[in-house]
Design a protein around this ligand. Sequence first.
Ligand code: GLC
Length: 423
Amino acid sequence: MKKTLLTTAITLASATAGISQAQAAELTISCGAVGAELTLCQEGVEAWEEKTGHEVDVVSTPNSSTERLSLYQQILSANSSDIDVMQIDVVWPGLLANHLLDLREVLGDDAAEGHFDTIVTNNTIDDRLVAMPWFTDAGVLYYREDLLEKHGFDVPTTWQELTETARAIKQAEREAGNDRMQGYVFQGRAYEGLTVNALEWVASHGGGNVVEADGEVSINNPQAAEALDLAASWIGDISPNGVLNYTEEEARGVFQGGNAVFMRNWPYAWALAQSEDSDVRGNVGVTQLPAGGEDGESAAGLGGWNLAVSRYTENPELAADLVAFLTGEEEQKRRAVEASYNPTIDALYQDDEVLEAVPFFGTLYDTFTNAVARPSAPTGDAYGRVSNAFFSATHEVLSGTKDGAQAVEDLENELLRLKRRNW
Ligand code: GLC
């Protein structure tokens, strides 16, 4: 039963090089596979295997955080020991805590020393450190330096400016024969990524954080409605209709293929957009996301991933040792330099090699440390349902079935119903 669950639900990505297939691995780790993630994870695991002589299977998980969560929930609710170490999203500690080990018990009280306090606090549920910070994330704006210069535009600082600039450049490029050019690509599919994009639009317009730190449901306000309406106006204008089904990788594909002026994405897209086989290599700028109008401010959604050890593991100490190694300074530096994954260790933001590889880790440092959290802390184990309600409502506005005002009113009712039972 356990194996069936795992083998049907997850692709066995690879048994690490040099390991005999006949020999059972001692540990299994599940990693993401967005961009270069899986390769990076495998390389890190191999280094630990060489150092310790132990064997690890690496399995990949679906790219969508929403799908990954339901997979983990199935595996963990079956008390399955199939996966020892899990890559978990920054919004999941409250949802999964009961299934995870307290890493301080195995690694000691100073296990997370040097890591950003906010993430350590986020990962601490009822005084238990249920995951070690691995990389942090914040939404950033990618733009085509060459196209802005060619058409005489500045980097936009408000969403309204971005809309105008994207439209003008898209039209000019199309008139010049580039009929695949788009203005703006982002994550518009109905999944966790849309929750982050929509939170950024709403928060940057002064419309709050959907549910506030004290548990109050705040989404039903005019700024939130206005932010969603503005985003809906992009569809079929500066953004393709297909964006309603885009995750991170679809947006990156369009931008990296040279077919978009602007893209909202996470920092991982930098190393790939600047890689040798990228069509936009050398022409990419990265800055903070625009503010919602003159009175608004830039709001970057906080993301990131952590490594947790399942309570059902048969090898808790070995699993925790692998986690400590992968989340340690050397690995975090390698991941930053090779693939622009943001460290969770503050000192690495002063490291010359890191800053040379990813200059915006320095220039946008404040963006990374002040990113806006999704309301996972106040809503606890109801967060999955809260996020589902929010991205579904947003998707309805983007696809034109509701306007912003109606959507935030309906969403408020739904969230108040959830709040009565859950927080
Ligand atoms: C990134 C973020 C993660 C977020 C996801 C949404 O992977 O790091 O926190 O949930 O994107 O698509």
